[in-house]
Ligand binder design. Sequence first.
Ligand code: ATP
Length: 246
Amino acid sequence: MSAPSLEVTGLAYAYPDGHQALYGVDLRISRGERVALLGPNGAGKTTLVLHLNGVHRAGAGHVAVGGLPVEKRNLQEIRRRVGVVFQDPDDQLFMPTVADDVAFGPANFGVTGPALDSRVRGALDAVGMAEHADRSPMHLSGGQRRRVALATVLACDPEILVLDEPSSNLDPVARRELAEVLVGLDRTMLMVTHDLPYALQLCDRAVVLDAGVVVADGPIRELLADDEFLRRHRLELPFGFRVPDA
Ligand SMILES: Nc1ncnc2c1ncn2[C@@H]1O[C@H](COP(=O)(O)OP(=O)(O)OP(=O)(O)O)[C@@H](O)[C@H]1O
């Protein structure tokens, strides 16, 4: 059996000022799963994500991506395997054209020539942005920029996609279009979000962090239908929203 896309075991971390942000977090994500990472402000979600791509070094515990330990000697391969799509696409887009931006990552990992062209085409096709390849990313709408940012990551063929608030600042059409793209990708995903309906639409499973501890890990539908659980962990569905029956 192949290694899970992500395996986090007993992960603990304190910031240099002594603030303990994670306490013994365990998380295992199988290949192809889409998992929502939920939790109130300050729960430790970003801190956890920054351990997946090796920005933070675990104080205790262990993180592996596709079976490869997140350690200094593996960092280049780990950064290819963990594709983080940041909340602000402008953090990811800085080249003159869309195609240049999408080529940047794989080119850095040594892909060249026709193989590089085919990566770029494949990634832009996957997000429905092929006809915008020669445009400047600066001239695209927010929703289009979010999709190009996703393509820059897909072009590196990551083991796991990490999406940071993928629905923020999107209008309802762009939100739906992005959801369709994401569902069509057939890739392991960890989606960090406060947008509970979007998480419900895209993920079967949710992991809830609160104060650095995993307080729930299970079917998202059940978690979001538990009003008392939501209240206890400062999670809130939009006014009037009801979790549809299965
Ligand atoms: N550089 C830092 N130094 C000290 N403490 C930090 C630092 N960055 C974050 N923290 C603390 O670590 C805890 C977890 O923060 P983190 O950013 O991981 O939460 P989060 O769940 O991503 O929150 P949000 O939903 O607001 O983005 C918080 O208490 C935060 O104040």
